[in-house]
Design a protein around this ligand. Structure first.
Ligand SMILES: [Zn+2]
Ligand SMILES: [Zn+2]
Length: 222
């Protein structure tokens, strides 16, 4: 109640306007989004070869734990600006907007729960929020999928002085699965996919804890 009252006041003081044309009451208007957001073709998140709906290709399916990733946009131009806005200003309206742009790409009947990739400890501690979590909550509202916290990040490992292999095992130890989702199909939200290594680690951790399958949805891929 209090939050929504504060939100209303904030909206009165600073109404949203389209980042490009200045149209009122939206963070980006439909016309500007359609004209400026670069879509991408569906591909395997791991090797980038073309694949229907972002399903992990046969070659990579033996090497990764993620069944596939739905990533409708390329990380450049307007999309990049919007994600920046979400990352550094915790803009709930932007989270809602980006969620609405990607939510329609998924079939919610294919999943039991929606969750999110925990952010790297140090950055999140400084900012105090997680943009993937913000997106996941909004997609949950739009899709009707039940929102859960399925993963936690264990204490940050100082990687200075470690060799490559030690560093890889440090990354592997970074996530821990939260019990209660055994046999379930999890949709894991992230904002941007870079190499896919983090998602792969998250999926592996979840599968090891008994989760049946993990699919990801992200706004953009680098
Ligand atoms: Zn506009
Ligand atoms: Zn592949």
């Amino acid at each position: 109640m209090l939050t929504s009252a504060i939100e209303k006041v904030v909206n009165l003081i600073s109404p949203y306007e389209c980042m490009i044309c200045g149209k009122q009451d939206c963070v980006v208007c439909d016309e500007c989004w359609t004209r400026n957001a670069n879509t991408r073709v569906s591909s395997c998140f791991w090797c980038n070869s073309l694949s229907e709906k972002g399903k992990t290709c046969k070659m990579c399916a033996t090497k990764t734990s993620l069944s596939g990733a739905t990533v409708p946009y390329r990380f450049n131009g307007l999309v990049k600006e919007c994600i920046y806005e979400l990352k550094y200003y915790s803009n709930r309206e932007m989270a809602r907007f980006l969620a609405s742009q990607v939510a329609e790409s998924i079939d919610s009947t294919q999943f039991d729960f929606i969750s999110f990739v925990p952010t790297t400890g140090r950055n999140q501690r400084r900012r105090g929020y997680n943009q993937a979590k913000l997106l996941a909550k909004e997609i949950s509202i739009m899709s009707g999928l039940h929102f859960v916290t399925a993963l936690a990040r264990v204490q940050h490992v100082d990687q200075i002085g470690l060799n490559r292999n030690e560093r890889l095992s440090a990354i592997r130890d970074n996530f821990v699965a939260i019990d209660g989702f055994s046999g379930k199909r999890v949709l894991l939200v992230d904002d941007v996919i870079t190499t896919g290594a983090t998602l792969n680690e998250c999926a592996k951790t979840l599968k090891q804890s008994g989760v049946k399958s993990v699919w990801s949805i992200a706004v953009a891929k680098k």
